[in-house]
Structures are given as structure tokens and as C-alpha cells.
Design a protein around this ligand. Sequence first.
Ligand SMILES: Cc1ncc(C[n+]2csc(CCOP(=O)(O)OP(=O)(O)O)c2C)c(N)n1
Ligand SMILES: [Mg+2]
Length: 551
Amino acid sequence: MNGAELMVSALENEGVQQIFGIPGEENLDVVEALRRSRIKLVLTRHEQAAAFMAATHGRLTGKPGVCLATLGPGALNLTTGAAFALLGAMPMVMITGQKGILSRKQAGFQVVDVVSTMRPLTKMADQIVSPATIPTMVREAFRVAQQERPGPVHLELPEDVARQAGPDMAPIPPHRIDQPIAARAAIDRAAQLIFNAERPLIMLGAAASRPRLAAPLSEFVTRLEIPFFNTQMGKGAVTGGSNLYMGTAALSERDYVHRAIDRADLIIAIGHDTVEKPPFFMGPNGPTVLHVGYLPATVEEVFFPQAELIGDVGPSLTLLADELEHRLPRAKALLPLREDILAHIADRAEESRYPPTPQRIVHDVRQAMPEDGIVCLDNGMYKIWFARNYRTHVANTLLLDNALATMGAGLPSAVMAALLNPDRRVLAVCGDGGFMMNSQELETAVRLKLNLVALVLVDHAYGMIRWKQAVDGFPDFGMTFGDPDFAAYARAYGAKGSRVESAEGLAPALEAAFMGGGVHLIMTPIDYSENERVLVDELRAQDATIGAGAA
Ligand SMILES: Cc1ncc(C[n+]2csc(CCOP(=O)(O)OP(=O)(O)O)c2C)c(N)n1
Ligand SMILES: [Mg+2]
């Protein structure tokens, strides 16, 4: 077997079903080995999109997605995807080519030090120098990518190593590794803390969305009946406990959900990852925070838990619930705040203004999506609205990136979600700025014959930055642009395209697009005047009222 064959056999051994990317001439032996394997090569139209797809595979399944690129320019195009997976804790394996390392027939042509570039963006980055090391290096790459905290790894396979004959070696079979459960003493301490709390509140963070955690986490919340809120990336992790849901902390302070957060005397922070924009700021006057996680909390200026429960989160929570179930008379102390918080969030959700408001768009999208439908957001102003206002009932049904918060990931992550879930509705929601950063993947979606709808929100601007500019008191300058006719643009790719022409038009357009199947782009204008009215003026006013009330 040559190096490329050893590589592909090791990938098959890991259960890899598809590899996303764009090969270069340095990868041709790998491509040939793929041709003769069970693994499908999914070409993308930009390596960045391939990395977003592979990372999203990891996010949704817990198993690393794999992407492939050539040396130099191709490899460098993976770097934003690497950072996306690193900050978002998504397991991913990146494989890139390189010129031969035993001779330099093309001198320095296209050669950059990719391994060094990848090192700060990955959990592990290494060059393969001999075919005989491939089985172990691939196994190690998958182990490292998957192990908590999950993330990306990088292997560079130079073209001469790929072509070189190596020994016929069997790959190393992966085995199950169970994580240790939290120590008894730690469980007892945590139980005591919760038992003593007057006004406990659960917070679900990014790591609460790990696919394997959905069931035990939902059970924990419903058994203890402590109300919960989530961070942006912790959305959707609890099934069946929606009568305890208090809201999403899409902003760091002053939002309605902070009425509950500010009154809590204990926050049980499950799986909070400080890569997220802070869901609240810890300060000298409390509340006490109990961090529950796979790994100890990172200590930050705004997050410094006073107690921790570390270990495999699911089983540890089950043991904690065994100690506390039916023993918490004050569990629901903060629940009376719920109705008021959620009523504010639902405000103006059905207003028939045109162009539609963000609240109306979120509302109509929720109506069109079944409980298990998956919404994949790009990054822009609407992300805050979806995080605050979109209710989720099933884990990982609102995929957003509040870690790298990069533009351009919305459509590629929807492509991955649709590939993995052909029977579920999948919707990408993108701004007119972010959509254009990877819009070429419409072709990939059409070629793969996916069922996928993309909703593009048109304000002819980098709206979020324009909003920040206004909030900070700067004059309106430099944030607007022209757009193509997005519906016609989609049709040029062989997709369908339509435009929302009235306030009542979005809901039927979504329904028709999903019913029609295939790839469909819907463009709608959006009225962003609500950003200032709600997220600045209204929240400032309510903050003043609460401040006065508390004093
Ligand atoms: C790759 C990248 N570049 C720049 C930014 C900074 N940024 C965040 S949101 C945003 C504007 C997004 O515009 P658009 O996609 O049109 O969404 P809108 O806010 O207008 O709804 C920008 C430039 C970013 N997050 N990622
Ligand atoms: Mg925009």
C-alpha cells in the first residue's frame, strides 16, 4: 500500500463517509485511493466552506468531519474553518497536501509552512514523513479531535510520502472511551450548594449541546424543576422542559432574561465555554456560580466560578439529580418571572409592517419549522434576534456561531445539516453580507440534490456593524453596498428563487419552498429600525425601572 492508500484505509476505519474539499495536484494519489474506497469525495467551491461543513459534521454527530485541501493557497483557505472549529469545540480532521519532502524539484513554488500556520488554530498539527506512521497518526488525530474539549486537528501529507510504498498495515481499531464521572465528594458538595440556594437558576452553555448529552441533560432539568436559561450556543439542549425555560442570554446584560439572572443567588452553569460572548457578567456581589463541565472552568474577568463539578456531564448530573429530586422546595423560586420575560420577547412578533421586522421573521420561521427542523445562522444582526426570540425544543436545531462568530458559515453548515438529515427541514438564514461570502456553495447544494432553503435578509448593508456604529454615536458611514437580485442569482445556479413582497408573504414562501423540495432561496427585505428601538432604547428604559425597583 502506498501512503495515500494507508491514509484512506485509516479514514475508512474511523467510519468516515465523506470528505469535503478541493484537491490539488499534490493530493492526486489520495484522490485515486478515494476513488477506490467507500468514502465519497464531496467537492466544494471554496476550501473555507469545506472546513465549515466538516466542522458542522463534528458538531452534529460528535464524530470528526474531514476536509481536504492542497498545499499553500488551498490549505490557507481552511484556516478560518479551523478557527471556527477550535473556538466552537467541533471535532474536525483537516488533511492537506505538500510538495515532496525528499527532493525539491519545484523549489519553493507554492510552499508555505502550513503546519506552523495551523498549530495555533488546532489541537494538533503534524506533517507525515513516512507511510508506516500513517495508521497511528490518523488514529491519534481522531482521538485528539474527539476528546473533550473537541476541536480541529491537521495532518499534512506530502505528495512523495503519499506515493511512496509502505508496509501493508492494518489500521488501528478505535475503541470506546468513557470519561470519568465526577467524584462523590464533588457531587455531595454541589448537592449541598443547590440544596441551600434560595433562588437557583440553571444556565446551559455551549458544551451542553454535545449530541450525546441531550437526553441526560433534559432529564436533569425536568427532574429538579429548576428554571433554566441558555447561552446562544446552549440553545435547544433541553427537550420537554420548556415550561421551565426563562430565555436566552443573547446580550451580556440588561436584557429581560437578566431580571432572573440578576436575582438568582446560585447559577448552575452547565457546559459554559468562555469562548462565547458572556451571557452575564460575574461581579463581586454574586451570584454564586457552580460550574458543571467536562473540564474545569477557564477563569476570566467575567467568569470565575466558586464551585465546580467536573467529569462526564451526563452521568454526573444523573447522580446529582438522584440526591436532589423532590428535595428542593425553592427550586421554582424564580419561575414567576418567566411569563413577563417571555411576553416581552414575543412582543410585535405578528406585526404586519413591510419590510418585516426581525421579530416577525423569527416568528414566521418558527411557524414553518417543525420541532426537529434545523436553522443554521450566518453572522449578522439577525443572530441576536434569533438567539433571543427563536424557541427550540430539540437539541442542535438552531446552529449559530457565538464563538468565532464568522460570517460565511451559514450556508455551508446548512449543507452539512441537510446531508446528515435528508428527512428534516433545513434552513440557512443569512444576511446579504454573510451570504455573499460563501454563496458559491449553492452550486454544491444543487449538485448534491439537497433539500435546503436559504433565507437571505436584505438591508444592503453590514447591518450589525452599522447598528454598533449608531449605538456608539458615530455618524452613519461606509457600511452600505449594492446587492444582486438574489432570486435570479439562485436561479442561475439551477436552484429556485423567490422574493417576499409583503408582510404576509414570508410564511407561505417558506412553506412553498419546503414543499417544493430542492434548493430554494428566498430573499426578503428586513426593517432594522427595531434594533435601536428594542435592543437599545427599550432595554435601557427597563433597566432603569428595575434599578429603581431594586434600590
Ligand atoms: C468574516 C467576518 N468578517 C467580518 C465580520 C464582522 N461583522 C460581523 S456582523 C457583520 C455584518 C453582517 O452583515 P450581513 O451579513 O449583511 O448581516 P446584517 O447584520 O446586515 O443582517 C460584520 C461585517 C465577521 N464577523 N466575520
Ligand atoms: Mg445586511
